[in-house]
Design a protein around this ligand. Sequence first.
Ligand code: NAD
Ligand code: DAU
Length: 356
Amino acid sequence: MKKTIIITGGAGFIGSHVVRLFVNKYPEYRIVNVDALTYAGNLENLRDVEAADNYIFEKADILHTDDLERIFSTYQPDGIIHLAAESHVDRSILSPLDFVYTNVVGTVNLLNAAKKLWGSTLYPQPSTFPRFYHVSTDEVYGALGETGLFTEETPYSPNSPYSASKASSDHFVRAYGETYHLPVIITNCSNNYGSHHFPEKLIPLFINNIIHKKPLPVYGDGLYTRDWLFVKDHAAAIDLVFHKGNNLATYNIGGFNEWKNIDLVKLLCKLMDEKLGNVKGTSEKLIAYIKDRPGHDRRYAIDASKINKELGWKPSVTFEEGLAQTIDWYLENTEWLKNVTSGEYTKYYDLQYTKR
Ligand code: NAD
Ligand code: DAU
């Protein structure tokens, strides 16, 4: 019998890369993508795999327990990879409750559905099935100063409503592991970049704005630091942890690739000018320093030595290669960009920036 894996949030940025990897790499699995198709979910992201025999799409909101009950009893999943979430920090500042609902309540709904199906059995280690895998973020750890790295032992100290909701959902996942022996596993990953990334996040927003010669809104002094990882390397790490990680373990995933925002923006401007055939320095002129994000975390950086030593994972592409591939994808897919930045989304986007 084929193993069935539910992937939630599979129509989003990272989820679509995970679905594509699993559908292509594991014909022996049946992949069920459960996604509500919010503003961030887009089935265009999965056109190349939608006709595959081992792929099924279920449009469902993880807040609707009736839908989850139907889906779990129909497909009887052997594994769940949970990525569905509200994922944008700026939106969480404007509308924290949406994040509590989807990220916290939605995750608990999925945990309940898995518990009902799998019972409270103590499964042996190591074992892949059944497994409930929560894809989480490094933002749960809060902010770093000039030095130091987040390890799996760093205490949780979330600063934004988004990271508070992800921290809370991580705690529920862990609690279901301890209390009901649910076979759970969590990864905390740094900032991803790559194709199909919604243009509200720094890199795709700035690529889109450069294409349209619009201002590049750098928050505060621009000296905030993020650790960037190519999304396909994150998907590869998820595959590895899903199959080889230990229940109740957590793993940090990161790019060993720290950039101050302003340096990254200048690099992006330079690469975009080269690709667009612009005079050197053209895009940098679009940089506009604006009011800071409230509660803005100064620096994130991941110590990914545990996943490296225990499971042999490391990033496969350099930042230069990954960024060049990403820019090429956006330049070749301007229609995708146009579609996702039209209609309702445009209204929200304008609202966000006039509020500052
Ligand atoms: P995204 O916003 O691009 O996609 C989220 C997906 O979840 C969308 O397809 C959306 O339709 C779906 N969704 C949202 N609410 C839903 C609901 N109530 N029911 C069902 N589906 C719903 O997000 P992303 O950037 O791909 O992030 C995916 C996961 O990875 C999230 O859990 C996020 O916290 C985590 N993460 C993201 C990053 C990053 O850099 N983007 C880094 C670390 C961890
Ligand atoms: O660290 C992992 C997290 O990375 C994920 O959990 C989140 O889902 C993901 O959105 C991302 O969060 P960030 O807040 O770090 O990403 P964002 O792209 O929004 O911002 C990156 C940095 O750039 C941050 O310091 C804020 C700054 N920024 C962002 C935007 C959108 C700007 O200066 N200007 C902007 O317009």
